[in-house]
Design a protein around this ligand. Structure first.
Ligand code: FAD
Length: 413
């Protein structure tokens, strides 16, 4: 492979793909192109620690010497405009080109745009990059009233953080409950209760109809209920859309993301796609998914490197995710979409409990609040395909650990 591998997008997936190519022994050229100006950094802290600490700096994914030591040609601040499939090269904004033998699209996703009157006003912000986080941090220092539109993970993390910093925060969510697409009703209710107990106002089944402003800056949100909420800052957290434009203009197959097979190849075999931008049939659930998590991005990156080097393999990692909302560490493992019954263990009043999801007789997901041991054991159990009886789960952690250990022992025998 004379021209080597080029990776588009220097986020969690792209950086891991470059690292994995070298770890797997690939010796040819590796080029990592990212449109952000900074060295690649961790995204999760942006909505958790970064926005509350004026002195916080972005946490680098790898030290700057990592790229030179590993002969990774990192090109920050560089936007890829087009994939020239016939010429096997990338066309960059500005006129340069990068030839390739194989390409990995790790272009991630971007916040879904808010489409309503006043959305263009100053102070209406979303959070994806460190540049966005700096804006939120600066503005929140002088802001009394914040409206967060969208009760998903990022919106709630920001709401909890800004409330701790003394802002008046209202969360406006269109659905019946917070985190409705992501967690069990018991967890939604608990998160709502904890947020409200810190003074966050939570409005469900409510939307913003328009935003009002003065001198180009937002001053209020007018709700579907007719209420007028004063707001000097509106955080828009209404989900993300995958960055598929490069793939689209190159004619690759799309389906809520860039469609890839089990080894992460797109419809054009020399082009792979990974991370937030990739859609695939998950072996674990048998459904088509596009997951937005660090685990998914980095595990797919490892497999993509192996695929390019000719190893056979199918992406079969058990998905997991975490979120810190105020004093709640939420950890999820598995996919709960097919859940038809749940078992709850632990103590909600103590802010420590887990919900075990079953699809038929099979354990398919575990969602934990401040119970990291449940989460870690869950990752092992689901990874091994072990499905404990619900009575074993309710019997307590020791019984569950013993049952899992026994199953592993008999599997090994
Ligand atoms: P990204 O990390 O977004 O990287 C994609 C990169 O590609 C971006 O830098 C983008 O600008 C660049 N790019 C796109 N198009 C081009 C182009 N044409 N040319 C050049 N560059 C391009 N996940 C968790 O598991 N736990 C968490 O707690 C958590 N918290 C989060 C908090 C925040 C604020 C955010 C934004 C995300 C969070 N996530 C969390 C999600 C996680 O960060 C993403 O799933 C992960 O970053 C996906 O990695 P990726 O490489 O696919 O995309």
């Amino acid at each position: 492979m004379k021209n080597g591998v080029v990776i588009v997008g220097a986020g969690h997936a792209g950086v891991q793909a470059a690292a994995s190519l070298r770890e797997e022994g690939y010796d040819g050229p590796v080029t990592l192109v990212g449109d952000e100006a900074e060295l690649p950094y961790h995204k999760p802290p942006l909505s958790k620690t970064f926005i509350k600490d004026p002195a916080a700096q972005p946490q680098m994914l790898r030290a700057d010497v990592f790229y030179s030591n590993n002969r990774i040609d990192l090109r920050p601040g560089t936007m890829v405009e087009r994939i020239d499939l016939g010429g096997r090269r990338l066309d960059l904004v500005g006129g340069d080109h990068i030839p390739f033998d194989a390409a990995i699209l790790a272009t991630g996703s971007r916040p879904r745009e808010l489409k309503l009157a006043g959305a263009e006003l100053g102070g209406v912000l979303s959070l994806r990059s460190v540049a966005d986080a700096r804006l939120i941090r600066e503005l929140s220092a002088t802001t009394g009233d914040v409206v967060v539109l969208g009760g998903g993970f990022i919106g709630l993390e920001i709401a909890a953080t800004l409330r701790l910093g003394g802002r008046n925060v209202t969360v406006v969510e269109a659905q019946e409950r917070l985190l409705g697409r992501a967690v069990a009703p018991a967890i939604s209710a608990h998160v709502r209760h904890r947020l409200e107990s810190t003074g966050v106002r939570v409005l469900t089944q409510t939307t913003i109809q328009r935003l009002e402003g003065g001198n180009g800056h937002v001053t209020a949100a007018i709700l579907s209920t007719g209420e007028r909420l004063p707001a000097q800052m509106v955080i828009v957290g209404i989900g993300v859309v995958p960055n598929v434009e490069l793939a689209q203009t190159a004619g690759l197959t799309l389906s809520n993301g860039i469609r890839v097979d089990g080894s992460l190849r797109s419809s054009q075999p020399e082009i792979l796609a990974i991370g937030d931008a990739a859609n695939y049939r998950h072996l674990f659930s048998g459904t088509d998914v596009r997951l937005e998590s660090v685990q998914n991005a980095t595990d797919q990156a490892r497999l993509a490197a192996r695929t390019i080097l000719g190893h056979e393999g199918r992406y079969d990692s058990v998905p997991w995710f975490w979120s810190d909302i105020g004093d709640m560490k939420l950890q999820m493992v598995g996919l709960a979409g097919a859940s038809d019954s749940t078992v709850v263990v632990g103590d909600m009043a103590d802010n420590k409990f887990s919900v075990y999801h079953y699809g038929g007789n099979r354990l398919i997901a575990i969602e934990s609040v401040n119970r990291p041991a449940d989460h870690m054991l869950g990752r092992k159990m689901l990874g091994a395909g072990f499905s404990p009886h619900p009575e074993t789960v309710t019997a307590g952690a020791d019984a569950l650990k013993a049952a899992f250990a026994a199953s592993q022992k008999s599997a090994a025998a």
